[in-house]
Design a protein around this ligand. Structure first.
Ligand code: SAM
Length: 250
């Protein structure tokens, strides 16, 4: 995870080296998929709970509320949830919202499963792979809120093509957001924040919600700190918090 991640190989069609399918056309935007060996409890959750929560991308997407118990009024999506602290916090504080999480790093998925089980959260569904597969699968105007928190910055020029936020991803984000829906992105890289703002300017339907510097320099109260952000701030890096609203017409 993070900027120190080893560069992954080019994406390929069909199962990747871990036996899990890779996105076929784009370079990997994430680093390693596996870290240290899972504890027996987490391994067991991966074998029993993950298959119950995993999205079935081989079938057309249903009305998204139907994926969750109690047909929630809103469905949110978090891309690259890492160890899942933010997603768990949101699921706990918004029990009437369904939250889809995407994360290819297996140890992160296992951590999230452990915490979801401990807190008895039922409003979570998962994709343990590339979020771009989920974006392509989602119907237009189906997501109320979308989070990309501290995406791998890939700061070296030769790795720039691995950055998740680019025009094509932004187009998919705009497509899946409901009118009035919100897109949030946090980063400790000034360059990444600036590039996100530039990419967003290509889409008239995306309105940056900042009207004064504190709107993007200070994290909103309903946006808990993530593990990556904590480390970035401890290392003295300054973080920024972007919020966009999807307007009614494109
Ligand atoms: C720097 S980490 C940040 C993790 C977490 N959001 C946080 O703030 O602590 C970026 C995460 O995005 C994940 N990631 C990168 N590309 C992704 C993709 N295409 N789909 C889903 N997750 C991705 C990585 O595996 C990694 O866990």
């Amino acid at each position: 995870m993070g900027s120190n991640s080893k560069a992954g190989g080019a994406m390929q069609t069909g199962p990747g080296p871990d036996g899990i399918s890779e996105h076929s056309t784009e370079l990997r935007s994430y680093g390693r998929r596996k870290g240290h060996r899972l504890t027996p409890r987490k391994q067991s959750l991966m074998e029993t709970r993950l298959p119950e929560l995993r999205l079935d991308l081989s079938a057309p997407a249903p009305g998204l509320s139907a994926l969750f118990p109690g047909t929630p009024g809103q469905v949110w999506l978090e891309i690259g949830f890492g160890a899942g602290e933010h997603l768990i916090w949101q699921a706990e504080h918004h029990p009437a919202t369904g939250i889809i999480g995407c994360e290819p790093f297996i140890n992160g998925v296992a951590s999230l499963l452990g915490n979801a089980e401990r807190k008895r959260l039922t409003n979570i569904r998962l994709h343990d792979g590339d979020a771009r597969e989920v974006l392509a699968w989602l119907p237009e105007a189906s997501i109320d809120r979308l989070f990309v928190l501290f995406p791998d910055p890939w700061p070296k020029k030769r790795h720039a093509k691995r950055r998740l936020i680019r025009r094509s991803t932004m187009a998919e984000i705009v497509r899946v957001l409901k009118p009035g829906g919100e897109f949030r992105l946090g980063s400790d890289s000034a360059e990444y924040l600036a590039r996100t703002l530039l990419a967003a300017r290509n889409f008239d339907a995306l309105e940056w919600l900042a009207t004064r510097p504190s709107d993007w320099r200070e994290r909103p109260e309903d946006w808990p700190e993530t593990r990556y952000e904590q480390k970035a701030r401890a290392a003295g890096r300054v973080c920024g918090y972007l919020r966009f609203r999807r307007a009614a017409s494109p």
